[in-house]
Design a protein around this ligand. Structure first.
Ligand code: ADP
Ligand code: MG
Length: 569
């Protein structure tokens, strides 16, 4: 006979044994003791203000480290609040493990406190959703959940723990030792497919490499850089694929994105999906006869939306290394003097000039381009940039360049608003533990910031030096000048006349810092922004907010295509 052990301890130790290092959550019945058991098991526990933000933080940690982090939440509403996060992780293909408390089993079916059919409800948002039926089975469920979160195409997993399982006790000899964590298997490409890809690429007149966030997740930066640099192929990155190869590379044709997609005859797609973000790979945004060479870890993803000329199920690292080796053997280099390069370079130069003109326009109230280009000028090269909001994110993406992989976190494939503060918290913890010299900048639209703004308190409590920049146009998409807004609100019944997209004008988000006896920065001009950024970078303990009031009707530069509606399906 050994000692007695409770479910909380078994669960905490099982998580630690599977390599889970960080758990984000909110405590309450029935997971209070569990949170303490986690800390006893030497796991970092970060108390958040909403389970949704906790789930965003955990999945960002999963993306940044390649290792799943956990979410701890109470039964019923607590679990339901994580679903936006689980769906976001699932759609982004990021690992995350959600651990939900649930009503004791002897209260089930008779109206237990926060009783909820959590396992079934979590299923559509996860790769695996289960309830360990006994304390001795907890370790094997945890092993399976962690393995499923990270192997194959990564995603969300859910484990459910009734109160009686958590607080129940068994003899410790009844709990079997569990193996783990197991390694993620490396998938190698079919050599025949690699040869076919090499042939198609070397015959291309207008080749283009597209780097997706799968390449970033795969940590394939060395291989992808080698490929692009040795072949001189032009490349584009998706929002979170940015930085796998530096945005400042002379092979980057981001500024000619529309033209590059439209005219390419061969596309090498590395860990990206031909979904709305890449206009489905179809006309009118792509040539009808474009040949796609697709590399993805998920065989189910191959041929999605358009039939690929060459479809390779593989890890990006191994496939790209083979491709680069094969192309090198053939001495394949795509010459700068090719007409394709000339037209791309010309387009890039034109677009850059347009953006520069707007960036140099420092007229007050400021426009987005002026704000972002000044911010970019003053930020250290290696900072992690978190960004969300409509224009804030879209324009910021073009101006705030990324030189390193996994240094941009944004609303992602699911277009989720509210992710910013959670992502920034994970990024700052990641930096503290693994790369302490780095800074985290969280660039938020004022509307986006509202979703999870209270996480500022979490940042203060854990002394995370995050610079939150609120790009404030007093509204969703656009806002209104104060006087006009007031006039409208006074013109009739307030809920019938207030424009649905307007927020209170010129809100002083910076003054949220006063809640903690600190001061933020209120910025209306470029010199004020410059000075605020420099001072904020000197703050090494706790967050700060730079509230930048911009033109309420500032917008993107004119676009050739509307962002969503132009694909002919
Ligand atoms: P983006 O939004 O950048 O286009 P997506 O999230 O649409 O990227 O696509 C990422 C793709 O990368 C997914 O289809 C996923 O299966 C794939 N992926 C994830 N990890 C790896 C890996 N290690 N090797 C290859 N592909 C991967
Ligand atoms: Mg706004």
């Amino acid at each position: 006979m050994g000692d007695e052990v409770d479910g909380n301890t078994v669960l905490a130790q099982a998580l630690k044994a599977q390599g889970v290092e960080f758990i984000f959550g909110i405590i309450g019945y029935p997971v209070i003791e569990l949170s303490l058991a986690l800390q006893m098991a030497d796991i970092h526990y970060i108390g958040m203000r909403n389970e949704q933000a906790a789930c965003y933080a955990a999945q960002a940690m999963g993306y940044l480290t390649g290792n799943p982090a956990g979410v701890l939440c109470v039964s019923g509403p607590g679990v339901l609040h994580t679903f936006a996060g689980m769906a976001n992780a699932q759609v982004n293909c990021w690992p995350v493990l959600v651990i939900g408390g649930s009503a004791p089993q002897d209260h089930e079916g008779i109206g237990g406190f926060q009783e909820c059919n959590q396992v079934e409800l979590a299923r559509p948002y996860s790769k695996y959703s289960a309830r360990p039926p006994s304390i001795p089975l907890i370790p094997s469920h945890v092993e399976k959940a962690v393995r499923l979160a990270k192997n194959g195409r990564p995603g969300a997993v859910y484990l459910d723990f009734p109160a009686n399982i958590l607080s129940g006790k068994v003899d410790s000899s009844a709990v079997p030792l569990q193996y783990g964590p197991t390694e993620i298997p490396i998938i190698y490409p079919d050599p025949k497919k690699i040869q076919h890809a090499i042939k198609v690429l070397s015959e291309a007149k207008r080749p283009l490499v597209i780097i997706g966030k799968g390449a970033a997740y795969a940590r394939a930066e060395d291989q992808v850089n080698e490929l692009v640099n040795s072949t001189n192929l032009p490349f584009l990155a998706t929002p979170m694929g940015k930085g796998v190869v530096s945005d400042t590379s002379d092979k980057c044709v981001q500024s000619a994105r529309t033209l590059a997609l439209l005219k390419a005859d061969v596309i090498l797609l590395l860990g990206g999906r031909l979904n709305w973000m890449l206009h489905f790979g179809r006309p009118s945004r792509f040539a009808p006869d474009v040949k796609v060479i697709q590399i993805d870890i998920s065989s189910e993803e191959l041929h999605n939306s358009v039939k690929s000329e060459v479809a390779i199920q593989s890890d990006i690292k191994t496939a790209v290394a083979e491709l680069a080796k094969g192309l090198k053997l053939q001495k394949f280099v795509f010459s700068r003097t090719e007409e394709w390069w000339t037209s791309l370079t010309k387009k890039c130069d034109e677009n850059r000039k347009n953006v520069e003109a707007m960036a140099n326009d420092h007229q007050v109230p400021l426009n987005y381009y002026a704000v972002f280009s000044n911010l970019y000028k003053n930020l250290p090269d290696n900072c992690i940039i978190v960004s969300e909001g409509a224009n804030t994110m879209d324009i910021g993406r073009a101006v705030l360049l990324n030189k390193r992989p996994r240094h941009r976190l944004d609303a992602g494939t699911f277009g989720t608003m509210g992710v910013g503060p959670g992502f920034a918290i994970a990024a700052a913890l990641y930096c503290r533990h693994y790369e302490p010299t780095k800074k985290v900048i969280c660039v938020e639209g004022d509307s986006a910031f509202g979703f999870s703004g209270m996480e500022i308190e979490t940042m203060v409590r854990y002394r995370l030096p995050i610079i939150v920049v609120v790009v404030n146009n007093s509204g969703i998409y656009t806002g209104m000048d104060h006087e006009v807004f007031e006039e409208i609100q006074n013109s009739g019944e307030i809920t019938k006349v207030t424009p649905p997209g307007c927020l209170t004008s010129a809100t002083r988000y910076d003054q949220m810092m006063a809640l903690f006896g600190r001061t933020g920065f209120f910025v209306q001009t470029i010199p004020e922004l410059e000075s605020a950024t420099k001072q904020a970078l000197e703050i090494h303990e706790g967050p700060t907010i730079i509230n930048v009031l911009i033109n309420r009707t500032a917008d993107r530069k004119p676009q050739a295509f509307n962002w969503l509606t132009e694909s002919k399906l």
